[in-house]
Design a protein around this ligand. Structure first.
Ligand SMILES: *[C@@H]1O[C@H](CO)[C@@H](O)[C@H](O)[C@H]1NC(C)=O
Length: 348
């Protein structure tokens, strides 16, 4: 997904040397995430381009004027935008003077979002209630989007998605296809449906944007997260393919945050979890300058640590460490909340 994860033999040897001195003692005294962070940090020392790219994104990049870049008074369309990260995109884009189209399953949440946002910002908000898993044909999408024909939509945010922490043996076909509809089909469908439209408006110096909310679990098959990891892997891979084919007039960004405290994660709170406000703020800051973001430098370094860890340490052994994702107390609790919610949501 990112070229920064492949290692040359030389780099590997250099890093392995540094690692032996620092990592082995660390394994005996620190938490899993601390160790992962340090492995990533060592990678930073050994890889100047990774270091440069990280510093550039998190310390040198300033927020671009997005409403100027994509057009004053244009619309941002957000799927799954009445809750969590999607709602936060709505709030922050409203403050940047974008008008909004919010699509969501939950009418009540849509009404509340509209009321709160229009109270805070003098912008227009249109809401569309829809169950995205029921959209099957182009005609379904055309019906859904008919009211938007005259809207100048400049930013598409593929945000809708669902977590999946159910064990293999509990994943029924209908559960699997719901998760795939939300995390995969919606991303490809909305991107391809809006592409021509976003392109058509980029005359002169106007630009358009597509953000897809993926996940840092798209980089590596995370134990206990099998379907989520796999579907987010698809979303990220699709976006990186799309980026090679898209017009340079369209800014595309894949956001790959770690844990974000929303209903999806059972409002998880710990040192590796960030709030939706920071997640969205940082991803909007990267939009236009970068094609992928891990949203915080910490997660970026940890992802690098995980990829690197697989090289340093036998990958089976490393998997054991990763499994602590599911077995530490905090994670166990979070996963229980999540899978309970999933069982309720996806009762056959
Ligand atoms: C981000 O993009 C803007 C506009 O294209 C450019 O002027 C700026 O130098 C870029 N910033 C970085 C840190 O690359």
């Amino acid at each position: 997904m990112t070229d920064s994860v492949s290692l040359t033999q030389k780099e590997l040897m250099l890093n392995a040397g540094i690692a032996l001195g620092i990592l082995i003692p660390l394994f005996f005294c620190c938490s899993f995430w601390t160790v992962v962070f340090y492995i990533g940090a060592i990678r930073l020392i050994g890889n100047i381009s990774f270091l440069y790219r990280t510093v550039k994104e998190y310390y040198l990049t300033k927020q671009l004027d997005l409403s100027q870049r994509y057009g004053e008074g244009t619309y941002a369309l957000i799927t799954g935008g009445a809750n969590g990260i999607g709602l936060e995109y709505a709030n922050q884009l409203a403050k940047m003077n974008f008008n909004l189209v919010i699509i969501d399953l939950n009418q009540e949440a849509l009404d509340k979002a509209k009321e709160d946002i229009t109270k805070a910002s003098p912008i227009k908000v249109s809401t569309i209630q829809a169950d995205i898993t029921r959209l099957r044909s182009i005609a379904d999408y055309n019906d859904l989007l008919k009211p938007l024909r005259s809207f100048d939509i400049s930013v598409l945010i593929n945000n809708v998605g669902a977590a999946s922490t159910l064990p293999f043996n509990e994943a029924t076909p209908s559960f699997v296809s719901t998760i795939m509809d939300l995390n995969i089909v919606s991303v490809v469908a909305f991107t391809s449906l809006f592409y021509e439209r976003l392109l058509a408006r980029t005359n002169g110096d106007k630009r358009s944007a597509i953000i897809t909310v993926s996940s840092s679990s798209s980089y590596y098959p995370v134990p206990n997260f099998f379907l989520y990891s796999a579907t987010k892997g698809f979303a990220s891979y699709f976006m990186s393919t799309f980026m090679k084919e898209k017009s340079p007039k369209i800014d595309a960004l894949t956001a790959c945050p770690g844990f974000v405290s929303t209903s999806m994660t059972g409002y998880r709170k710990d040192s590796i979890t960030i709030g939706p406000d920071l997640c969205v703020k940082n991803s909007l800051r990267s939009l236009g300058n970068f094609s992928t973001t891990e949203v915080t430098y910490k997660v970026r370094i940890m992802i690098s640590g995980i990829m690197q860890g697989i090289w340093y340490i036998d990958s089976c052994l490393f998997n054991k460490f990763l499994e602590s994702l599911g077995t530490s107390d905090a994670n166990k609790k979070a996963f229980e909340v999540m899978s309970k919610r999933e069982r309720q949501l996806f009762k056959d």
